[in-house]
Design a protein around this ligand. Structure first.
Ligand code: NAP
Length: 268
């Protein structure tokens, strides 16, 4: 089935990461032109660049800096023209959990700066690009997390940054149509997904057991599971009348196991 992504230009932030790289491959296979970003290491993207030299542009971007994001869009426009789709995927999570009473203001600001402010900057320059290159279609896909909905003890900075994606989506879906009449903004919330971000936690058997107790499908997601939801929202053929919606790709996750039976004292 032709889902209409061939020839479309998509920017994928964090394309060097676990979800980003698989999503990049999926867009390339559909014939899209992709501008993919990395921050520290382009290793994962390098070989893709060799396989798809005409379809893939790789740009180093620190999305906490507006000058970097501006330059990303300028270079992307120069190479492939109008950016039709933005997948705002880049994000960070501290590997060590921190109780809020021990959380430094620096840690809080660092997480919010990449995950929320960085997404704001990318969305802003995506909209600037839409104003510059008029057309009626456009799609912004934000990447949140089930943590933004269920919360996550010891990761309040991360959860708060991801909860912010809902507010961004609900506001920007009403702004985008003033520039692109058929423009759409949607949100993908991955649950636990095997990528470098979640690797450490998913190596801990006790942790995995706690995680799987909340998921009826009793498995974690693959990056391709997340990529499929992203491609659905990106496609005007599949999701042309879908805006302001959230897909949780989390195997039916119900919440969190807060205490194991051994940690609970029942009174007589
Ligand atoms: N994996 C999960 O279980 C899970 C669950 C829920 C939500 N998510 C969300 O899904 C998205 C992708 O996660 P992932 O698991 O693929 O993570 P990942 O493998 O750690 O990749 C994160 C990506 O973000 C980039 N990045 C980090 N800091 C950046 C900055 N300052 N500016 C620009 N880019 C930056 C990284 O670039 P470099 O590697 O080059 O530094 C990398 O490409 C994130 O938003 C994450 O919060 C993941």
């Amino acid at each position: 089935m032709d889902i209409g992504l061939s020839g479309k230009h998509v920017i994928i932030t964090g394309a060097s990461g676990g979800i980003g790289i698989e999503t990049t491959k999926m867009f390339l296979a559909e014939g899209a032109r992709v501008t993919g970003t990395y921050n520290h290491s382009m290793k994962a993207l390098e070989s893709l660049g060799k396989t798809w030299p005409d379809q893939l542009l790789i740009i180093k971007t620190d999305q906490t800096k507006e000058s970097n994001v501006e330059s990303l869009f300028r270079k992307a426009n120069e190479r492939f023209g109008r950016v039709d789709i933005l997948v705002a995927n880049a994000g960070i999570a501290n590997h060590e959990g921190t109780a809020i009473q021990d959380m430094s203001l620096e840690q809080w600001k660092a997480t919010l700066s990449v995950n929320l402010t960085g997404t704001f900057l990318c969305a802003k320059h995506f909209f600037v690009n839409l104003e510059k290159y008029k057309d009626d279609i456009a799609s912004l896909i934000l990447i949140g997390s089930t943590a933004g909905f269920f919360g996550e003890a010891w990761y309040s900075d991360y959860s708060a940054s991801k909860a912010g994606m809902h507010g961004l989506m609900m506001s920007l879906k009403n702004e985008i149509t003033h520039i692109a009449t058929k423009g759409r903004v949607n949100l993908v919330n991955p649950g636990w997904t095997l990528t470098p971000m979640a690797e450490e936690a998913l190596e801990d058997k006790e942790m995995v057991s706690k995680i799987l107790q909340t998921i009826p499908m009793r498995k974690t997601a693959t990056p391709q599971d997340i990529g499929s939801a992203i491609l659905y929202f990106a496609s005007d053929v599949l999701a042309g009348h879908v805006s302001g919606e959230t897909i949780n790709v989390a195997g039916g996750m119900e919440g969190r196991v807060l205490f194991t039976p051994g940690e609970i004292e029942l009174s007589d």
